[in-house]
Design a protein around this ligand. Sequence first.
Ligand code: 9J3
Ligand code: ZN
Length: 263
Amino acid sequence: AVQASPYERGPAPTEAGVTASRGPFAISQVTVPEGSGTGFKNGTIYYPTSTAEGTFGAVAVIPGFVSPQAVIQWLGPRLASQGFVVFTLDTFSGQDFPQDRAKQLLAALDYLTTSSSVKNRIDPNRLAVMGHSMGGGASLWASANRPSLKAAVPLAPWEVDTTWEKADKVPTLIIGGQSDAIAPVDSMSIPFFTGIAASEKAYLELRNGDHFVPAAEGPVVAKYAISWLKRFVDLDTRYDQFLCPAPAPNTNISQYRDTCPHS
Ligand code: 9J3
Ligand code: ZN
């Protein structure tokens, strides 16, 4: 039998469990006001209350153009209750471009692991990034700039400068909307999926989804984001069942591209 990952957290996953609005961990939260750290503005940390299973991986999440934390904040409790420390962020300015947002993501992770009130609950070697639109572009830049990240999940990523692509080797799940007119998948998500140098990558396209559907709370985005983070932040192969073989097109998914099997 394959040796289980020492980073597995929580019970064996089920379809009902990864699509549920909350996972198996009771959670707590702490508000992080502006001025608490440097390089990011403010946010909210969601984390499993119990330390009985040891430390957890951590994820920073940033929103898109002129969007507040509220757009991506649902991922805080949703992912934390599955066994991650999650830091949802506001940006300094609604107009910050992706490279600036990438710096904010990485500064937020540094704060989480070195000076936050939950630093002792986090494994500083198992970190990930997420974001919507310009925040998705930021997730790609952050991955290129910090190759030690274990996973990235850009949601409807938007960026026009793709000089990061060859440096991005972080396992990445890109979630796009089939009908996105702001970050069209044919000019953004799909070329990003094709262009990044990561050997572990996937592209999930939400059928008929507009620009905001990949960032909206729902079971499909949650299922695949949770599975990707579990697989690459926790090395938890119990979640392979949801990723490989790749899902066939269905009423929610217009296409899915992958690099299965994941090693
Ligand atoms: O939601 C987004 O971040 C959209 C990106 C965009 O429209 O940029 C235009 C400059
Ligand atoms: Zn696999």
